[in-house]
Design a protein. Structure first.
Length: 156
């Protein structure tokens, strides 16, 4: 379910809202390999299926930062901010990687608005996104994202 917000007031009132879940995404070896190429992180637990099969996870695993970066894919599936003059990614607080994401696993994002705060002409929004792994009790990543949104004036 995608939640739509079109004003500072609506966003401020949404503090505590459970945003639900994104679509499932299968983590493929080609995706992991592309991330390794982009970042230069070619550690065998990510890119060597034969060696990783004998390693501690029994298969290749996604990079933690790959799992974290998927939040950028999941957030627009959870919420839409309309009537924006500008929106910026301000950063994040508390990033954790509680469980490995094995190649072939399906993941999705679950979001909750933790805080919404008025800052001058903007709203600072903190959304906790948990990257859930299908069939696992622990998520692959939990991150508190921080964004700032400046809205156009609401016209009636």
């Amino acid at each position: 379910m995608n939640h739509v917000f079109n004003s500072a007031q609506a966003l401020l009132a949404a503090e505590g809202t459970d945003l639900g879940h994104s679509e499932w995404l299968t983590i493929s070896q080609p995706r992991i390999d592309l991330f390794a190429e982009a970042t230069g992180d070619h550690q065998w637990i990510h890119v060597d299926p034969q060696r990783a099969a004998q390693g501690p996870f029994g298969a290749c695993i996604a990079h933690g930062y790959l799992t974290q970066s998927l939040v950028n894919l999941f957030l627009p599936q959870l919420l839409t901010i309309d009537n924006l003059a500008m929106g910026v990614n301000y950063g994040s607080d508390r990033v954790r990687f509680p469980a490995p994401v094995r190649v072939g696993a399906r993941v999705r994002g679950h979001g909750q608005i933790l805080r919404a705060e008025q800052l001058a002409d903007s709203v600072q929004l903190v959304v906790r996104v948990s990257v859930e792994i299908e069939g696992e009790s622990r998520p692959g990543c939990v991150i508190d994202t921080i964004s700032r949104y400046t809205f156009n004036p609401v016209t009636e």
